[in-house]
Design a protein around this ligand. Structure first.
Ligand code: UDP
Ligand code: MG
Length: 331
């Protein structure tokens, strides 16, 4: 029988993993843990099974790790991963995801800007709407103007380019079904695009408005370089999702176009030189023609090279499968 998502867990308990990446947030941790504890007590429907709170210490040097250890002493649901150095939020999430055992996984920032009391709503929305991922939307965002402004642009551009329209793609507060985190690859700074990655795999993505608080302690871990990083990651994401399996379609197309235009220009110049007796000195067009031909060949070769790489990795390419029915090994 085909498992229908909403009935899959009927009456069953859901296990939950909360994954929290943190870098130098020592002042917030105790309060955060307390709030999470309280918030979890509010969740009755569906009943929660096992809960784990995975803190990933992304290279803090302010005593965050010691603070986490003392939290674990009073709450054995607390689990800790400590990086040797700062590897970034994406890395922290990826390692948290790797270890998460829950049916549902919630991520949140450690700086108390995200509100743990949204846990209940997140679970409820995921279940009742049949989403695979629900992202928070900090509608009333308590951040400096410049960040709110650039974030709006970022979300609009990302929505336009990827077709995944969310108000707040990069909200730290999200809930995922287990399948989602097991199939998206989060590295570099791609945590900003997890909803896009998930949607590309065919998962259903939704959003709900969540409360947001100003930063109480410490300061933001990101400077203005975040904007450039975000843009480059978006380009890499678009490229990988659309052309990874067929690189020649991108490079070959542009290369061919460039080559043809360049050749056209050169033929035209050759015609003028040979039949109309016009000289080629002082004709900037000649340089353009030559340039386009060379660039065209380069790009085309790059596409072929890409095809060779894809070909040799073809066995590893996989597609995300929702159900398999009638296979011998019990699927
Ligand atoms: N963070 C992290 N590694 C980093 C940078 C940030 O684990 O290299 C954590 C940080 O401690 C916080 C979350 O990611 O829990 C969001 O960071 P921050 O609050 O500085 O970002 P903002 O809210 O300003 O966008
Ligand atoms: Mg923050």
């Amino acid at each position: 029988m085909i498992n229908n998502r909403s009935s899959k867990f009927m009456g069953e308990k859901r296990s939950l993993s909360i994954v929290i990446p943190l870098l130098n947030e020592v002042e917030s941790l105790r309060e955060l843990h307390q709030k999470i504890q309280q918030a979890l007590e509010e969740v009755h429907e569906p009943p929660l099974g096992e809960v784990e709170i995975i803190f990933v210490d992304d290279g803090s040097d302010d005593g965050s790790f010691e603070e986490l250890q003392s939290l674990r002493e009073v709450d054995s649901r607390v689990k800790i991963v400590q990086f040797r150095r700062n590897f970034g939020k994406s890395a922290a999430l990826a390692e948290g995801f790797r270890r998460a055992r829950g049916d549902y996984i919630i991520t949140m920032d450690a700086d108390l800007q995200d509100d743990p009391f949204e846990i209940k709503n997140l679970i409820h929305t995921l279940e009742s709407k049949g989403y695979d991922l629900v992202s928070g939307w900090k509608k009333q965002r308590r951040d400096p103007f410049i960040k709110r402004f650039t974030s709006k642009i970022f979300n609009a551009v990302t929505g336009f380019l990827t077709g995944v329209h969310l108000h707040d793609m990069n909200c730290g507060l999200k809930i995922y079904r287990r399948e989602v985190i097991k199939s998206v690859q989060v590295y570099g700074q791609r945590h900003r695009f997890i909803p896009v990655l998930a949607a590309q795999e065919g998962f259903r993505v939704g959003e709900i408005v969540v409360r947001h608080h100003p930063r109480k302690y410490g300061q933001t871990k990101y400077g203005p370089s975040r904007f450039l990083a975000g843009l480059l990651d978006l380009i890499s994401l678009l490229f990988l999702s659309r052309y990874m399996k067929r690189p020649l379609h991108l490079f070959g197309g542009i290369g061919l176009l460039s080559f043809l235009i360049g050749s056209g220009i050169n033929l035209y110049l050759a015609y003028e030189r040979l039949f109309l007796d016009k000289y080629l000195t002082n004709r900037p067009l000649l340089f353009l023609g030559i340039l386009l031909v060379i660039v065209g060949i380069q790009l085309f070769s790059l596409g072929l090279l890409g095809e060779m790489i894809t070909e040799s990795r073809a066995e590893n390419l996989h597609y995300n499968i929702r159900n398999e029915i009638g296979f011998d090994d019990g699927h």
